[in-house]
Write a protein that binds this ligand. Structure first.
Ligand code: ADP
Length: 207
C-alpha cells in the first residue's frame, strides 16, 4: 500500500539535457515541478517577495512594462548581486524559503505515482532536502557548451561563466542515485528515461 508519494529530484549542469529529459517524463504523464518557473512566479508583480525586494533595493529595481505593471528588473538585480556577495546572501536568504514553500505545495498537490522536482540548483541549495532520490543528467563539458550555446545563441565564455557557479560533474554525479548519460542521441535518451520510469513506478509502489 503506497502511502507517501515518491519525489525524484532531477538536476544537471547547463545544457546537460534537463529540459529534454523532463519533456519525456511529462509525456509519460508524470508531473514535473520546475524550480526555475517557481522562482519566477514568486517575484511576479504584486507578490510579497517583490515587495521585499523593492523595499530592500529601492524602487529602481523595478521597471514599468508596456501594460503599466511594475516588474522586477532582473538584469539590474543580477548586476547588483554579481558584484556584491552580501546582497546576494540577502536575496537568497529572503527568496529561498519562499520558493521552497511553493515547491513543497506543488509537490504535495501533484497527482500520479511519483513526482519530479527539476532544479539546476538542487544540490547547490537546500532543495535536495525535499526529495527522496537524486537523478543527475550528465554530459561532457564540451557537449554542455556546444548544446547550450546553440540553444541560447550565447557564446562559450557566457556558458562557462554559468558553469563556474554550478557544481562540477564529479561532485554532482557523486551525489546521484541515478545518472542519465546524455552523450548520445535523443533515442538513447528515450531509452534511459523509459528504464528509469519503470524503476520509479516500482519504487513508488513500495514507498
Ligand atoms: P538543460 O535544460 O539542461 O539546460 P536542454 O535539455 O535544454 O538542457 O538541452 C540543451 C540543448 O541541447 C537543447 O537545445 C536540446 O534540444 C539539445 N539536446 C539535449 N540533449 C540532446 C541529445 N542527446 N542530442 C541532441 N541534442 C540534444
Amino acid at each position: 500500500m503506497a502511502n507517501k508519494k515518491l519525489i525524484v529530484g532531477l538536476t544537471g549542469g547547463i545544457g546537460s539535457g534537463k529540459s529534454e529529459v523532463c519533456r519525456r517524463f511529462i509525456a509519460k504523464g508524470i508531473t514535473v515541478v520546475d524550480a526555475d518557473i517557481v522562482a519566477r512566479e514568486v517575484v511576479e508583480p504584486g507578490t510579497p517577495a517583490l515587495e521585499l525586494i523593492s523595499g530592500h533595493f529601492g524602487e529602481n529595481i523595478l521597471l514599468t512594462t508596456e501594460n503599466q505593471r511594475r516588474e522586477l528588473n532582473r538584469a539590474r538585480l543580477r548586476e547588483i548581486i554579481f558584484s556584491n556577495p552580501s546582497e546576494k546572501d540577502w536575496l537568497e536568504r529572503t527568496l529561498h524559503p519562499i520558493i521552497n514553500q511553493r515547491i513543497r505545495e506543488q509537490l504535495k498537490n501533484a497527482a500520479g505515482p511519483y513526482v519530479i522536482l527539476a532544479s539546476p540548483l538542487l544540490l547547490e541549495t537546500r532543495q535536495y532536502l525535499l526529495v527522496d532520490r537524486i537523478l543527475v543528467i550528465d554530459a561532457s563539458e564540451q557537449l554542455q557548451i556546444e548544446r547550450a550555446s546553440q540553444r541560447d545563441f550565447s557564446n562559450e565564455a557566457q556558458i562557462k561563466a554559468i558553469m563556474q557557479t554550478q557544481l562540477s560533474r564529479q561532485e554532482r554525479c557523486a551525489r546521484a542515485n541515478d545518472i542519465i548519460q546524455n552523450h548520445g542521441s535523443l533515442i538513447e535518451l528515450d531509452e534511459q528515461v523509459g528504464s528509469l520510469h519503470k524503476l520509479y513506478m516500482e519504487l513508488a509502489q513500495n514507498n
